[in-house]
Write a protein that binds this ligand. Structure first.
Ligand SMILES: Nc1ncnc2c1ncn2[C@@H]1O[C@H](COP(=O)(O)OP(=O)(O)O)[C@@H](O)[C@H]1O
Ligand SMILES: [Mg+2]
Length: 369
């Protein structure tokens, strides 16, 4: 046997597009990606998840059934990944499973975040120790519970020479600021793909806007973008995190109704892409205008977003995390494999600059093999 330390990371984000599954070797400080697999989520299960996310109270049985069904899918994703890599379950130290967020309310006097996808089922079906529920402990320690992937960004991507921003454009966007001389910080900047996904599904019956090409055919609507940008979330200070509870189709419809003129669907799509770009750019500019920008998450494939960012930040290096050695599709899943190792090693994580937690805590709950 080699001295490998194999971990699986599982991620299903706000987009509910697929389960990202990675097998990584964490024997040395920099994770090495052994295999990666994008596991489908069936339409019926996706609908059940989105119904729960809408706060449309489907009742506890529906919540329970979806929790277990998703646990089975996570197990299938892990087993398919192992098969692909030709690795036996016994060789894997642990699985880090983020779970599917169905509610995230970090503010108020009873903050609450819920990720589903039963880790008992996952441990039982795979025979692999599973670490899950990373966000809950952070929240109990006074943090937002999110974003957590910046912990890996900090670990891997900090440069001793230049200021960097790592931008994850998933359903929601978050930015990690890495400066050579000051502590790192991160926050959610607002929507990533979630509003564009919803709009194209409604008007074109597609799951997402491939390459951002529909958005590129439209014209940004000035009054609409101004109205969208007025949402208080954008001007709120960090730490902050968000999700479908705020940025959803009802949010968009309310703003559209307030306009006194109709907007062509293609122009709405262009405006939504612009909202993602502008909210990222203004967050970058308000926080020191980093020298180098690296994008990860599905938004890295959206040409309209990437070109919009590059144009707005013309004096900066704008690329994807591929330039730093990690393919943009797998950064988040790798983060949760790496976090599982931190949990098993009993390491308290310093999240104060990311989530605002009062003190470092060991994140995650362990389900033994
Ligand atoms: N080729 C592509 N062109 C445009 N957008 C893409 C492409 N591939 C993925 N995406 C976008 O990325 C989203 C998934 O990104 P992901 O990082 O998995 O987000 P999440 O963490 O929210 O699941 C999709 O829903 C889609 O909007
Ligand atoms: Mg995803």
């Amino acid at each position: 046997m080699s001295t490998r330390a194999l971990y699986i990371g599982l991620m299903s984000g706000t987009s509910v597009d697929a389960v990202d599954a990675v097998l990584v070797d964490l024997a040395s400080p920099a994770p090495s990606l052994v295999a990666a697999h994008s596991h489908p989520i069936a339409d019926e299960l996706r609908s059940a998840i989105l119904k729960l996310c809408s706060g449309d109270v489907a009742g506890l049985p529906a919540l329970g059934e979806t929790h277990i069904a998703l646990g089975e899918v996570f197990a299938q994703a892990s087993l398919s990944l192992l098969k692909l890599a030709d690795i036996a379950a016994e060789e894997v130290v642990a699985i880090g499973s983020h779970g599917q967020t169905i509610w995230h309310e970090p503010n108020g006097d009873k903050p609450f975040t819920l990720q589903i996808g039963d880790a008992n089922t996952l441990a039982e079906r795979t025979g692999i120790t599973t670490v899950s529920d990373f966000r809950g402990r952070d929240m109990a320690a006074g943090g937002q519970g999110a974003p957590l992937a910046p912990l890996l960004h900090q670990h891997l991507f900090t440069s001793a020479r230049t200021s960097r921003a790592i931008i994850n454009i998933g359903g929601i966007s978050n930015i990690t600021f890495l400066n050579p001389a000051t502590p790192p910080f991160a926050f959610d900047s607002g929507p990533g793909n979630v509003l564009m996904d919803g709009w194209i599904a409604q008007h074109r019956g597609r799951k997402f806007d491939e390459n951002g090409s529909w958005a590129s055919e439209g014209v940004v609507h000035r009054a609409l973008i101004a109205m969208l940008r007025q949402d208080p979330f954008f001007s709120k200070g960090a730490p902050k995190s968000t999700g479908r509870e705020l940025f959803n189709s009802a949010w968009l419809e309310t703003k559209l109704e307030l306009l006194d003129e109709p907007v062509a669907p293609v122009d709405v799509q262009a405006t939504l892409a612009q909202l993602t770009i502008q909210s990222l750019v203004s967050a970058l500019q308000e926080h020191g205008d980093p020298e180098e920008i690296y994008v990860c998450g599905g938004g890295a494939h959206n040409r309209t977003l990437m070109e919009g960012l590059a144009n707005a930040l013309a004096t900066r290096t704008v690329g994807t995390t591929e330039a730093l050695g990690i393919h943009p599709d797998w950064v988040e899943a790798i983060a949760f494999a790496w976090l599982a190792k931190q949990t098993l090693d009993g390491r308290a994580m310093e999240t104060s600059g990311f989530t605002g937690a009062r003190a470092p805590v060991v994140l995650g709950a362990i389900y033994q093999r």
